[in-house]
Design a protein around this ligand. Structure first.
Ligand code: TMP
Length: 211
């Protein structure tokens, strides 16, 4: 029997928080249980998204203002929703997305300092109100996260000053308090296995309540 349950789960956190590892572990677990699911990450994936990602992360000689950044992330997001997320949810799949609109509030809102109402409005237009059923925040101190990424070449965001990353991290915690029922905040200092166990338990409950 194939268990079908349409759910939208997002992972969030500062640079190097471990969300890519944990989203992959969750995806593999669902695959093992034969639960139809897709794993995606923002802002890449679609052809348009890949081009936009390249600009946003690596453009050294192209000036990108915070407002343009906001719109570019949301352009990529609108395409991802149209091409991948909505069709998968319609087919009853679990969509696991590494970063979504909360990244935009944390990075472009709290990090870059754009007006939070403008960020919310841009997110709303791109998503047409599609909100995750569950958002998992891996909470790690920004210094620790950044040090984990030291070996990789710094992109435009990674290369930002420590204070920028601190504002992003604080922003996430504020968001999680504001909408506590949607967020699962996990202390990222725990082992990879312990974190995966917490996520597994939460998602199992969510699937059971969604049947
Ligand atoms: P990642 O592959 O390391 O998650 O790279 C994505 C980068 O883009 C990361 O530094 C966070 C940033 N970002 C934003 O600033 N706003 C957004 O809306 C999204 C999705 C990502």
């Amino acid at each position: 029997m194939i268990l079908k349950t349409s759910l939208f789960i997002t992972f969030e956190g500062v640079e190097g928080c471990g969300k890519s590892t944990q989203s992959r572990l969750l995806y593999r677990r669902l695959q093992k249980l034969a639960i139809p699911s897709v794993l995606i990450h923002e802002p890449g994936i679609t052809a348009l998204g890949k081009k936009i990602t390249h600009l946003l992360k690596w453009a050294k000689y192209v000036n990108i203002s915070p407002l343009s950044e906001l719109l570019l992330f949301n352009t990529s997001r609108a395409q991802l929703l149209e091409e991948v997320v909505r069709p998968a949810l319609k087919e009853g799949k679990i969509v696991i997305c590494d970063r979504y609109t909360d990244s935009t509030i944390a990075y472009q809102g709290y990090g870059r300092g754009l007006d939070l109402d403008i960020v919310a409005e841009a997110n709303r237009i791109a998503t047409q109100g599609l909100t995750p059923d569950l958002t998992i925040l891996l909470d790690v101190p920004v210094e620790k996260g950044l040090s984990r990424k030291e070996a990789t070449a710094p992109d435009r965001f990674h290369a930002e000053k420590l204070n920028f990353h601190r504002r992003v991290g604080d922003g996430y915690l504020k968001l999680a308090v504001l909408e506590a029922e949607r967020w699962l905040v996990i202390d990222g200092a725990q082992s990879k296995e312990a974190i995966a166990g917490i996520i597994r338990d939460k998602v199992t409950k969510l699937i059971a309540s969604n049947k």
